[in-house]
Design a protein around this ligand. Structure first.
Ligand SMILES: N[C@@H](CCC(=O)N[C@@H](CS)C(=O)NCC(=O)O)C(=O)O
Length: 214
């Protein structure tokens, strides 16, 4: 059986988990924590990051790479649009999540508020985190609100890797104890509720809420 390696709490592990679940692939999930992972893990993930994926004797690292592979091995349901421009736009939103939202929500909010106290015994600077929430995120939320318009999903009005890449970051925002203001960003909030209530996301979120409640 294929195996996903990487701990819940990581938005990137969640991306791969959601894609595997959306595609109906049966897989094992091994909770590897990247900090202090055994040297052998680097054979599968040379940068030492999570997630990694094992499919028989084939191994892969990086959530985007894993999802691209799954699309080829299990084309249905498709997670990438077929139209060329929509395909590129979906990759763009995946990157907007990975390279735009993650360094802020993951790096400046979730990590200091949730991970550092748990694993590194470091107290969070709550005022500094609140400043990030108040100043750095609103322009990003404005952008997503505008891109959504009246559509249910970000690209081609169909669930795709774009939605996986963006919505996963907001799970970390929620796990850190924050929520998006529905009065200011109603479309974004409705969209996040829609995506997060899909069985694939819900399966991850339900387990993560329990893991991070402790
Ligand atoms: N581009 C990678 C990013 C993965 C990533 O940064 N994972 C973090 C956890 S959220 C990690 O493993 N950090 C440990 C490290 O950088 O050593 C992907 O999409 O999988």
């Amino acid at each position: 059986m294929p195996k996903l390696l990487g701990a819940f709490g990581s938005p990137f592990v969640r991306k791969a988990f959601v894609a595997l679940t959306e595609k109906g692939i049966t897989f094992e999930h091994e909770q590897v924590i990247p900090f202090g992972a055994p040297a052998s893990y680097r054979k599968i993930s040379p940068l030492g990051k999570i997630p990694a994926y094992q499919d028989g004797d084939k191994t892969l690292a990086d959530s985007s790479v894993i999802i691209a592979y799954l699309e080829r091995t299990h084309p249905q349901p498709a997670l990438y649009p077929s139209d060329a421009y929509d395909y590129a736009r979906a990759l763009w939103f995946e990157e907007y999540g990975d390279g735009g939202l993650a360094p802020i929500i993951g790096g400046k909010i979730f990590f200091p508020k949730v991970i550092a106290p748990r694993f590194f015994k470091q107290e969070p600077n709550l005022a500094a985190i609140q400043k990030v929430v108040d100043e750095e995120l609103p322009p990003m939320f404005d952008y997503l609100e505008g891109e959504l318009g009246n559509n249910e999903y970000l690209v081609g009005n169909k669930f795709s890797v774009a939605d996986i890449g963006v919505a996963t970051q907001f799970v970390n925002f929620m796990l850190a104890g924050y929520s998006v203001d529905a009065k200011r960003w109603p479309k974004l909030v409705a969209y996040l509720n829609r995506v997060h209530s899909r069985p694939s996301f819900k399966a991850a979120i339900d387990k993560e809420k329990v893991a991070f409640a402790r």
